[in-house]
Design a protein around this ligand. Structure first.
Ligand code: HEM
Length: 186
């Protein structure tokens, strides 16, 4: 058993982590459903919800970056080698970049298709790319590709978090636990 690391993220970071995880998984699942549906009222309804969930990810990401810069970030467990720590930081950076790039590519695609993005049915967001069907099709593929990368990175992230929890017993998951802390040391 490795020494336990009970240092934790600040409560707002923990909340944002799990809220964004739920939104991203939901947006991803709804995106896959949209892909499988023919043009229909249900498809249009799902696209509206999907866009709002994606824009919410973008807004929460901005908040998360501010909270992260302003709050204490617990150090990684001391038993991790410098290379492992570097890879963990790179993985986190990739997650931040993809959480920005995926919603932005979706928004850009909608703009290029000339379809408005109305957040939660009330806030009309600017169309920041001129209507261009060829570009829209390319952005659609970009959105798909970035989603694939995001999904792979999230799977890797979850895999290593669970490995730390169940194999290294180093209390890594406690850093992102909602509620009171619980030591992994027996
Ligand atoms: C974290 C945020 C997001 C995730 C995880 C996500 C995920 C996905 C996925 C998995 C698909 C299916 C891809 C495929 O066709 O193979 C999709 C499609 C789509 N996304 Fe997103 N998306 C996000 C944000 C957004 C945003 C912010 C917008 C627009 C404002 C958007 C607009 C669309 C549209 C219009 C489609 C359907 C494309 C089509 O007609 O095939 N997405 N998304």
């Amino acid at each position: 058993m490795k020494p336990a690391n009970n240092a934790r993220y600040a409560a707002p970071m923990v909340l944002l982590h799990w809220l964004m995880a739920i939104l991203i998984v939901t947006a991803f699942a709804v995106g896959l459903k949209i892909w499988s549906l023919p043009l229909s009222p249900l498809r249009l309804k799902l696209i509206l919800g999907h866009k709002s969930a994606g824009i919410a990810v973008l807004l929460l990401l901005a908040l998360r970056v501010i909270v992260r810069l302003a709050s204490h970030v617990p150090p990684l467990p001391a038993h991790m080698s410098p290379i492992e720590q570097r890879l963990a930081h790179l993985g986190h950076l990739a997650l931040y970049v993809l959480m920005l790039a995926v919603p932005l590519s979706g928004w850009a695609m909608s703009s290029a298709y000339g379809i408005p993005v109305v957040f939660l049915g009330v806030l009309h967001l600017p169309e920041w790319i001129a209507s261009d069907p060829t570009l829209a099709e390319q952005l659609r593929w970009l959105h798909r590709g970035l989603n694939l990368l995001l999904a792979l990175t999230i799977v890797g992230h979850a895999f290593f978090a669970l490995k730390h929890h169940f194999f290294d017993h180093d209390g890594m998951l406690n850093r992102m636990r909602l509620g009171g802390s619980r030591s992994m040391e027996k």
